[in-house]
Design a protein around this ligand. Structure first.
Ligand SMILES: [Zn+2]
Ligand SMILES: [Zn+2]
Length: 352
């Protein structure tokens, strides 16, 4: 039995620290998973900060309902180690991805299968201890998804970056029949979006990012064309390339600048799906919403059913793996800092 080591948030805005605890003992329907890999996600930075930026000096405080020390990490893949007495159908030693967006089970969202939208949630790595640790406790076996023969370093990130991109693209299926999808922001979610868009849609997607290295990586991964949204000519170039604008845009950044860009290149009847959480605030001429009949829609991770769909798609070999670097657990803080500084192409996973 290995030790229960964690990289914990001990104070908001402070570096993670290594902490030790007794290995959790699963009770009832709980399952203990020995973590093999946990992806490092941009939203881990927000939890570490303790707030989301709402533009200007305004902040959304997210420090309540979380006891410190707290373990971040929600892109978890591992091996079933132990189970409580009423956890049914559990096979010890099986490799599983952990669906982290666990709800209360009782509210209207949960009853509709949207535990990711639960307001009394127990999301792993957000509201309950997550996967920057040697073990994670999962409340019920239904949140565990077989992923063989995929590598754990691919399966873990499918639970957030893969799922988020999949749920966002799922909201654009009918729009994508009219033309290519444009993906704005090529971080971990954007690169997953590219791989998924190639699997789901007839036309290869267009991409936009301010970082030339990320644009290059996207072109190498099959993007049809790449644009720099910071280039003042970019809007005109996109509209020319699409003969009048886009019907389907995914904004994986979620900042004032990315949304200005995304809404500025829509065709009539076009739609932007926003999954990014970078922050800021933006304005849009109100009459143009009706005149152009556009839609701006938000999406937050995805449902358990969608998590099963995205894993099934990956297991069938239809999603090309994105560039992934593995680092040891004790480099969690360094990995977060690299992500914050924009130094990461693709995904970083902690190999535990
Ligand atoms: Zn995430
Ligand atoms: Zn709920």
């Amino acid at each position: 039995m290995s030790q229960f080591r964690r990289q914990s948030l001990v104070a908001y805005g402070e570096p993670l620290r290594e902490t030790f605890a007794d290995r959790p003992a699963p009770r009832g329907s709980e399952v203990l998973v020995r973590v093999a890999c946990c992806g490092v996600c941009h939203s881990d930075l927000h939890v570490q900060d303790g707030y989301f930026s709402l533009g200007g000096d305004r902040r959304l405080d997210i420090t309540k309902d979380r006891a410190l020390p707290f373990t971040l990490g929600h892109e978890i893949a591992g091996v079933i180690e132990a189970a409580g007495e009423s956890a049914e159908g559990v096979v010890l030693g099986r490799e599983v991805a952990v669906y982290p967006w666990i709800g209360c089970g009782a509210c209207a969202a949960c009853r509709a299968g949207e535990e990711n939208m639960c307001s009394a949630h127990r999301h792993l790595g957000v509201g309950a201890d997550g996967g920057f640790a040697t073990y994670v406790l999962v409340p019920h076996p239904r949140y565990l998804i077989d992923y063989a023969p995929l590598p754990a370093s691919f399966a873990g990130p499918l639970m957030c970056s893969g799922l988020t991109a999949y749920a966002a693209l799922s909201r654009l299926r009918s729009h994508a029949e009219r033309g290519p999808v444009l993906l704005v922001g090529l971080g971990g979610v954007g690169m997953m979006g590219l791989a998924l868009a190639r699997a789901l849609f007839r036309q290869p997607p267009l991409v936009a990012d301010i970082d030339p290295e990320k644009r290059q990586a996207a072109l190498a991964a099959g993007a049809a064309q790449a644009f720099d949204p910071a280039d003042p000519q970019a809007r005109r170039a996109v509209i020319a390339a699409t003969r009048g604008g886009l019907y389907a845009v995914c904004d994986f950044v979620g900042s004032d600048k990315s949304l200005e860009f995304a809404t500025g290149i829509l065709a009539r009847g076009g739609k932007v799906v926003v999954s990014g959480l970078l922050g800021g605030s933006f304005s849009f001429p109100a009459a143009m919403i009706a005149i152009k009949a556009i839609a701006i829609e938000g999406t937050l991770t995805g449902t358990l059913a969608q998590a099963r769909e995205v894993i099934a798609l990956a297991r069938s070999g239809q999603i090309a793996p994105i560039p992934t670097q593995a680092r040891p657990l004790d480099e969690a803080q360094a990995a977060l800092e690299d992500l914050r500084a924009g130094r990461v192409v693709g995904r970083t996973v902690l190999a535990i």
